[in-house]
Design a protein around this ligand. Structure first.
Ligand SMILES: Cc1cc2nc3c(=O)[nH]c(=O)nc-3n(C[C@H](O)[C@H](O)[C@H](O)COP(=O)(O)OP(=O)(O)OC[C@H]3O[C@@H](n4cnc5c(N)ncnc54)[C@H](O)[C@@H]3O)c2cc1C
Ligand code: SF4
Length: 513
């Protein structure tokens, strides 16, 4: 059963066996497996419940409804927008449905540098099979590539680079291009259409518009969750909720899972909590073509191909290289997050129909830290501190140069980089300038859709927050199954890596029980 906040009219007290906090990639998988194993399960989601009919394809409505802080959550210096979904389905509701595995080199890096011997390709294989089947993962049909993506793919192929079309978790996609705003066609197979409805059918009780504030450890060793029913939209407090449970599965995402642990006082003995954060910041490189060459970036599957020629060097440190990906931009996202101003911004928007966008996926080192403040209204204010390392900045600039070169090869007249101060590039002679591109607050706007770390896996509490089975080091019966557990960036898109880790952990848990 799914109960929305507005249906609750009085304070609530519940008892259950397991509570899953958060309904995104990790939470959805956990809820399903618990319910399928016959465990009495409650799922709590702070965001609202939305269905296909609610996705009106207007960004000004959908960003505030579906994104954390209407999509305007940033690092404390304002340089990086940290995008997270916050609704029934979490970020899987608003992502672009690219399904990518954790590369073997990254697993090897975790084994060698963190001693995580049980996270092997073999131990994850069954989880991949289940998740791929559950989400209908398959190679994206090429007719769903818009010109924005195919110009990148074809040019890279012509140059002999390694390329690919993404695998995707869609079913019956009509190529509307609105993935970032929720799928009005029930094509994108997020947890909202897969794991959560199945969990509900199997008996899980799912509550939306309900925020977990803190967890209390009772003298019996059980837990009491203190939560609030909140207003849809404003998230203002409405009613108190108490839930007694034996087991807690945290899946509130990389920013909010550690916040709940900290507020509950469970951070004691966990020095790594809120540390080791990777953002994998991205820049939208904009290549302007002749007006007759329509890129139609707002239609088709927004992010559908990649160039992996430079996605190398991982074996040495698990984080090397870079990848280029075609990325569709809806006009509101471009207008709202573009760092250009005045005439330059007007020009960017008027050239939008014939502008191609490339995202640069440059895996980063886990250098970020997090802290939180709580307002009198119970709302948490995250403070995400993140300074990229010099080595990353160098690799990022190299990626910018390579992508710019590719776009000139494709026939672009001008390339811009979402910076207030950095000028457009109009020919190859200007590439050297990219070596000075300012990666600094106020100079450039970057975006992170892949926030990871903060409760990383480690062999003990000195080096990690959870063990290899994703159980909290310092308390029994508390598990974390979201993006926060990644020891380093998964060096790819994060939905499948998170789901696979959650699936593996839930299987281990339920098999042992
Ligand atoms: C715009 C965008 C595009 C992306 N595209 C892709 C892609 O194409 N492919 C890919 O692999 N990955 C993609 N990602 C990343 C991927 O979707 C996320 O990494 C993944 O969904 C994160 O899973 P999670 O379980 O950590 O958290 P989420 O899926 O973010 O879910 C966390 C949930 O917890 C809820 N929550 C938080 N605090 C509380 C609380 N106190 N009480 C109750 N509930 C709470 C939140 O409201 C949220 O719904 C994208 C992400 C974004 C934002
Ligand atoms: S492009 Fe496909 S998956 Fe994305 S919103 Fe449109 S129909 Fe849904």
């Amino acid at each position: 059963m799914i109960t929305q906040g507005h249906e609750i009219t009085a304070a609530l007290k519940l008892k259950t066996h397991s509570v899953v906090i958060g309904s995104g990639a990790g939470g959805g998988v956990a809820a399903y497996h618990l319910a399928a194993a016959g465990v009495d399960t409650v799922v709590i989601e702070e965001g609202g419940y939305f269905q296909a009919k609610d996705f009106n394809q207007r960004e000004e409505d959908m960003m505030p409804a579906l994104y954390r802080s209407a999509g305007r959550q940033t690092t404390t210096d304002g340089m990086i927008y940290v995008w997270q979904g916050s609704a029934f389905g979490g970020s899987t509701l608003i992502n672009t449905a690219d399904a990518t595995p954790i590369e073997p080199e990254v697993l090897h890096h975790w084994q060698q540098h963190f001693g995580l011997g049980t996270l092997t390709e073999e131990s994850l294989a069954a989880s991949y099979s289940r998740v791929y089947k559950d989400l209908n993962v398959h190679r994206l049909e090429e007719h769903l590539l818009n010109r924005n993506n195919s110009v990148l793919l074809q040019t890279a192929r012509r140059l002999g680079y390694k390329t690919g079309v993404f695998d995707s978790n869609r079913k019956g996609c009509v190529g509307s291009g609105y993935c970032y705003s929720g799928c009005a066609y029930d094509a994108k197979q997020g947890t909202n259409l897969t794991y959560l409805p199945r969990a509900s059918e199997l008996g899980a009780q799912i509550y939306t518009d309900m925020r977990v504030d803190r967890i209390e450890r009772l003298s019996t060793g059980r837990y009491r969750i203190h939560a609030s029913v909140v207003e849809r939209g404003s998230r203002a407090y409405r009613l108190p909720v108490e839930i007694d449970a034996v087991r807690i599965v945290l899946a509130a995402g990389t920013v909010h899972t550690p916040a709940i642990l900290k507020r509950s006082g469970f951070d004691k003995g966990l020095p790594q909590l809120g540390r080791n954060i990777s953002l994998q910041p991205q820049i939208g490189l904009a290549a302007h073509f002749d007006a007759s060459d329509k890129m139609t970036s707002w239609r088709g599957a927004p992010q559908s191909c990649y160039v992996s020629e430079f996605d190398d060097n991982r074996a040495s440190h698990g984080l090397g290289g870079f990848r280029m990906e075609g990325v569709g931009g809806l006009p509101g996202i471009l207008a709202g997050f573009g760092k250009t101003i005045g005439k330059e911004h007007k020009r960017l928007m008027s050239e939008y129909p014939h502008t191609q966008f490339t995202a640069l996926l440059v895996p980063d080192q886990p250098t970020g830290t997090m802290d939180w403040e709580w307002g009198a209204d119970g709302k948490v204010k995250p403070k995400i501190q993140y300074t990229p390392k010099a080595e990353w900045v160098q690799r990022f600039r190299k990626a910018m140069k390579t992508a710019a070169e590719l776009m000139f090869e494709a026939g672009a007249r001008r390339v811009t980089f979402n910076s207030t101060v950095y000028p457009s590039i109009t020919n190859r002679d200007q590439f050297a300038k990219i070596d000075e591109f300012p990666v600094a607050p106020g100079m450039v706007a970057l975006t992170s859709a892949h926030v990871q770390g903060s409760c990383r896996i480690g062999l003990n509490a000195d080096v990690g927050v959870v063990d290899q089975n994703l159980k909290l080091h310092n308390l029994d019966n508390i598990y974390v199954v979201d993006g926060s557990v990644m020891p380093t960036t998964a060096a790819t898109h994060t939905m499948i890596p998170i789901m696979v880790m959650a699936d593996r952990a839930m299987h281990a848990l339920l098999h042992q029980a």
